[in-house]
Design a protein around this ligand. Structure first.
Ligand SMILES: *Cc1c(COP(=O)(O)O)cnc(C)c1O
Length: 395
């Protein structure tokens, strides 16, 4: 490290290497130094590319964004500090007082909360409708409706939205269609190819895949809209930290392999659960007994998903016995981890609902959502068989 004055705090220049690292370097620098005001002008005027301040962009975010942009077939996606930051960028960055937005009635819990609690406070009206029923969504449209936000596969009942129908409706009526593609991932579903205007991801889940980083992404097909999302994300401080991006990139390198394995095991687990006497019903979109099976087969390009839901016979007592007996599986409220995780909507994601509201969604005390991980499939199926037998003895 040579510099002309040994007393400088920042070493300059950095060590040189004729060879390059194979792994993306971590760039935690908050600021980037320019040579001259003229050089800075060139950067701000877009004549040369350069970073200035990391809230506005940094190499690690750009590497993750480029990877997801490629997977979703779009340009200019923005990496955000969490999936909810991406949802916020869309709802708070594009809507204004007096607008109306329609959300899917089974959106992710925090997205629902933003629709119900936060947008009305800002004088943005909201309605919820079943995204599998285009007529119901159409009936909710008002003259001031600006946006429809849905998920392709809903949590936790794994209903499949009629994205093609919604895209046509939105286009006909001049409304933006935003799709949260977290559950399906671009491996199973590419919303832009089905007419979505905006796509959102929680990278936290399957894409990063190791439950050690929170990150999101949002992109729009229209460059002007993409620019509005980017500017708002930077202004509101929704953008992501370099280290989180660096970790996420590392996880995303193996995403394809993890997804293939997890969805194959999920399909096997769904079929296995259906044979167990202690199980009342199994919900998996690729099974012929799923209510949206035909749509799922068409939409998901023959891919499944790693999520399986099922209902135990018996109530809370059986549910407690099941999580106790499910050795090695985390009873934890996330999805997409390398390890299989269990979620119990009645005591977690849907606990704020009344028992009647839960019943209307089919969420009994025996209802579990499984995010299938990378365990050896046979061993995993055996763990479930044992835990179900322990939870519902004599079934
Ligand atoms: C988890 C999740 C989010 C929120 O993502 P975070 O990274 O936890 O903020 C949004 N949508 C869906 C469908 C999710 O599963």
């Amino acid at each position: 490290m040579k510099n002309s004055r040994g007393s400088l705090v920042r070493p300059h220049p950095l060590p040189e290497s004729a060879s390059r690292p194979v792994v993306t370097p971590l760039s935690p620098s908050v600021v980037y130094a320019s040579d001259t005001p003229d050089a800075l002008d060139a950067q701000y005027e877009g004549r040369v590319h350069g970073y200035t301040y990391s809230r506005e962009g940094h190499p690690n975010a750009d590497v993750v964004a480029a990877r997801l942009d490629g997977m979703e077939g779009v340009a200019g996606g923005v990496v955000t500090g969490s999936g909810m930051a991406a949802v916020s960028a869309v709802l708070l960055g594009l809507l204004k007082a007096g607008d109306h937005v329609i959300g899917g009635n089974q959106l992710y819990g925090r997205s629902l909360r933003m629709m119900k609690e936060d947008l009305p406070r800002l004088d943005i009206a909201t309605s919820l409708a079943d995204p599998g029923d285009v007529k119901a969504v159409e009936a909710a449209i008002r003259p001031e409706t600006k946006l429809i936000l849905v998920e392709a596969v809903s949590n936790p009942t794994l209903r499949v939205a009629d994205i093609d129908g919604l895209a046509k409706l939105a286009k006909d009526r001049g409304i933006l269609l935003a799709v949260d593609n977290t559950f399906t991932t671009p491996r199973a579903f590419r919303p832009f190819e089905h007419g979505a205007d905006i796509v959102i991801h929680s990278i936290t889940k399957l894409l990063a895949g190791h439950s050690d980083v929170m990150l999101g992404w949002v992109a729009a097909k229209d460059p002007a809209l993409a620019q509005r999302l980017r500017v708002f994300s930077v202004t509101a401080g929704l953008t992501a930290s370099p280290f989180d991006c660096w970790l996420a990139e590392r996880g995303m390198l193996t995403f394809d392999l993890r997804f293939e394995r997890a969805q194959a095991t999920a399909a096997a687990l769904a079929d296995h659960l259906a044979t167990l006497p202690g199980v009342k019903r199994v919900i998996y979109p690729m099974r012929a007994d799923h209510p949206d099976h035909t749509r799922a087969a068409a939409l998901l390009q023959g891919q499944g998903c790693n999520m399986v839901s099922f209902e135990l016979k018996g109530g809370r007592e059986a549910a407690n016995a099941f999580t106790r007996a499910a050795e090695g599986l985390s009873f934890a409220p996330t999805l997409g981890d390398v390890g299989t995780t269990l979620s119990h909507p009645a005591s977690s994601s849907h606990r704020a609902l009344t028992p009647e509201e839960r019943a209307a969604l089919g969420l009994s005390e025996g209802f579990f959502r499984v995010s299938v991980g990378l365990e050896e499939p046979k061993a995993l199926l055996a763990i479930f068989a044992e835990a179900v037998a322990a939870a519902v003895p004599g079934a």
